[in-house]
Design a protein around this ligand. Structure first.
Ligand SMILES: Cc1ncc(C[n+]2csc(CCOP(=O)(O)OP(=O)(O)O)c2C)c(N)n1
Length: 736
């Protein structure tokens, strides 16, 4: 007879109840800090709304009026070295964490007042929200992209859910380095429905990451009520399936938040594992602006009035007075301190002028704006990371030893791990199958079993976590099994890793390598055969290197490792078994694989005078073959292996040098036309070298369809040597 045996989730959810005895049991200094932060955040947010109304804030400003207890309790509960990643509604979390970091140890607002570093933190936060140069991110970030690594503020983030993988990765990195940092990832009831949360919650539990997921359930995502987006009312129940304990907390009570977070943090420090807190809270106003939500019809005035009764700015001081822990006078002093600090911040960012009607108006002094030259700064790191490095090419090396392309990948990776303990390697199957799905991690598990990490099939999650780990100083190498799978992780790769350095004013870096292997030609079809170079190249934060042989692979991998930027190492499956060679001896007596091949330098692999042919990866051998065949007819094609594929690093000098000789350009790529680099290269070439060109630019690509599994169709899809040869001949006649 069949029967059903009840199975329980491997974790538990509780609701926290706090009473007056907890208040009395709490250190008086902690209560004072919480009260001060409550007042400070409220005044800060009201000032933001005033400035927004005066049109002195450009773009949206999502305030947390009503929700201050979460920020105040959290900031007081955490240590200075702990970290907080936040959302689009981050002002309160950010300024509270910054204040607690920049304040003296044992901060007593009543005794110390608002110290200069605390005031500076408030000023810089407001300045950033206003887009001013003295802001944390040089005014480039604004309200939704605040960042200050020193105070542990991992950043506000405008993509709902987008910051969760980064914060989880930062927490993971801290644990891997043996630190007892706790990271809090704050997000809303709307964000919990993003897949990225579920991917990283699973991995955080799997790897015992000390991350506190703190959901501010304010019951609405814009105008969508939680019952419309979740069939489970208590969102804290959602973590149980991942083996993460959770707690439901009154998010209108700073003390409850403080107790919940402090206890969770201390437990995580001694026994790392994620924890989940659902803070039930309420924003008094609509999603943005100062109108109540009821004005937009998605909630009632009665509901708003009920929550107003629980406003922490009123209730917390009353409780402190009732318990005899603080006097009304002391609380008023704290209110005055907060008010004065916010007034000072407004005065720091603006000045009063006489208006046209003889009234006084507030304006932003011209000197406060970011200089226009800063517009394009900080997309990538400076290349001074190569100080003292000598770059070499194959011809600089006399003695070599044979090494296949795939051996070069594994060898360079392993060598990087030997050199630098910050290097970790992760991806699907990388530690299985004796070298990963394609042998590119062969020989690493035997030496670095802890640093070679198999991931679940969660591209968003593990790429985002690698980004977070990189942002706090690790050097992850991520294998993406097939390039097409990178699209699963688009937000993390492009909105986050590819953009944030610039958006956060150059204050963050993502030194990581994503390796992926183009698989055109293997019959895997349209969802496994992408050449992602042009896709990554849309995002200027990414550097892209595509080595076509083992020698270049090792040297370019080493170069990629040295950058503070994300680098895509583009490989090709058809090259994996191709024989190659690497130096037999090390430069200056070092390890043979410790050499650097330059970024941003294309390589002329065959000289010619009739047509310039740009290509990369498997295109190099094909173009050489075509050029050889044409040589018999007296046509001399110059073949250039681009090697660096991103548009900033593209070696236009080499292209120009060649075009002076040939006057004709052919670009050869394997991908479907819309997904190739050639259109942009041709555009750039006509702008820079129009006078050298004797004819339009030719472009050999696959047709604009996804690749196919059928052997004959795939062969017809991939540009053939004959096709290339024929187009080279046309190019040599300057007849495109
Ligand atoms: C990926 C993404 N989808 C949609 C939006 C637009 N958006 C911005 S905030 C928001 C609501 C978020 O709600 P919640 O996570 O509950 O946070 P709250 O605003 O309540 O603090 C939406 C839909 C966005 N910024 N990012």
């Amino acid at each position: 007879m069949s029967r059903r045996i009840e199975q329980r989730p491997p974790a538990a959810c509780h609701a926290l109840e706090v009473d007056a005895s907890d208040l009395r049991a709490t250190d008086r200094a902690e209560l004072e800090r919480m009260a001060f932060l409550l007042f400070l955040v409220r005044d800060f947010e009201m000032a933001v709304l005033d400035l927004k109304d005066a049109d002195l804030i450009h773009g949206p400003a999502h305030t947390s009026v009503g929700q201050e207890a979460v920020a105040a309790g959290m900031a007081v509960a955490l240590r200075k070295g702990d970290m907080v990643g936040s959302t689009h509604r981050a002002h309160g979390h950010f300024v509270s964490k910054a204040v607690m970091y920049y304040a003296p140890d044992g901060y007593r607002p009543l005794q110390h007042g608002v110290t200069a570093p605390v005031q500076d933190a408030v000023n810089r936060t407001l300045a950033e929200i206003m887009g001013l140069y003295e802001g944390w991110c040089r005014g480039r970030g604004g309200s939704m992209h605040l960042y200050d690594a020193a105070s542990g503020n991992l950043g506000s983030n405008a993509i709902v859910g987008g910051g969760i993988p980064l914060a989880t990765g930062a927490a993971w990195a801290e644990k891997l380095r043996g630190r007892d940092t706790v990271v809090v990832s704050v997000f809303g009831d709307g964000a919990i429905n993003q897949g990225c949360f579920h991917e990283v919650a699973n991995m955080a539990a799997l790897w015992d990451v000390p991350i506190l997921y703190l959901v501010e359930n304010n019951f609405y995502a814009v105008g969508t009520g939680t019952p419309e987006s979740s069939c489970i009312e208590d969102l804290a129940l959602r973590s149980l399936g991942y083996g993460i304990d959770s707690l439901i907390v009154d998010g209108m009570d700073p003390l409850a938040m403080y107790i919940a977070i402090r206890e969770a943090a201390e437990a995580m420090r001694s026994n790392p594992h994620p924890f989940f807190i659902e803070a039930k809270t309420y924003r008094h106003f609509h999603h943005a602006g100062r109108l109540p939500g009821s004005a937009f019809g998605y909630r009632s005035k009665d509901e708003e009035a009920e929550w107003r009764e629980r406003d922490p700015i009123e209730t917390f001081p009353q409780r402190l007075i009732a318990a005899g822990l603080m006097s009304a006078g002391e609380l008023q002093q704290l209110r005055d301190l907060a008010r004065a600090s916010i007034d000072a911040a407004v005065a720091f960012c603006t000045e009063e002028r006489e208006g046209s009607a003889g009234d006084t108006v507030r304006v932003i002094p011209a000197a406060k704006w970011p200089p226009l030259e800063s517009l394009t700064r900080d997309v990538r790191c400076e290349e001074d990371v190569f100080e003292g490095v000598r770059f070499i090419e194959r011809e600089d090396v006399d003695a070599t030893t044979p090494m296949a392309y795939v051996g070069a990948i594994a060898g360079a990776t392993r060598r990087a791990m030997e050199r630098d303990e910050r290097v970790i390697v992760l991806g699907e199957e990388v530690a299985n199958l004796r070298g990963g799905a394609y042998q590119a991690t062969r020989g690493i598990k035997e030496v670095f079993p802890e640093r070679l990490i198999n991931t679940p099939i969660s591209e968003t999650g593990f790429i985002g976590m690698a980004g977070g780990a990189a942002s706090v100083g690790m050097r992850p190498v991520v294998e993406v099994m097939f390039p097409d799978f990178a699209l699963m992780a688009s937000d993390q790769l492009f909105n986050q890793i590819g953009k944030l350095r610039h958006m956060y004013g150059g204050n963050i870096s993502f030194p990581l390598i994503v390796r992926t292997r183009v698989a055109i030609g293997f019959g895997y079809g349209g969802q496994h055969s992408m050449d992602p170079g042009s896709f990554f190249a849309q995002f200027s934060g990414w550097r892209i290197m595509a080595p076509s042989n083992a020698f270049d692979y090792v040297g370019m991998f080493n170069t990629a490792m040295r950058f503070e930027d994300p680098v895509l190492m583009l490989e090709h499956g058809m090259l994996y078994d191709s024989p190659g060679e690497v130096p037999a001896e090390g430069i200056d007596g070092g390890h043979p694989l410790d050499y650097y091949v330059p970024y941003g330098k294309a390589r002329v692999v065959r000289e010619g005078t009739d047509v310039t042919v740009l290509t990369y990866l498997t295109g190099v051998a094909k173009c050489l073959q075509a050029a050889e065949a044409l040589a018999a007819e007296g046509i001399r094609a110059e073949v250039i292996d681009l090697r660096t594929l991103d548009y900033i690093g593209m070696d236009y000098e080499a292209i120009g040098r060649s075009l002076i000789k040939t006057g004709s350009l052919l670009i050869v790529e394997e991908g479907p036309r819309s997904l190739t680099l050639g259109a942009r290269i041709a555009d750039e070439v006509q702008e820079r070298f129009f006078d050298y060109l004797d004819c339009p630019v030719g472009h050999v690509t696959a047709p604009d369809v996804p690749s196919m599994v059928s052997r004959v169709l795939e062969q017809a899809f991939i540009p053939s040597v004959e096709q290339i040869q024929q187009q080279m001949a046309v190019g040599a006649r300057h007849a495109f």
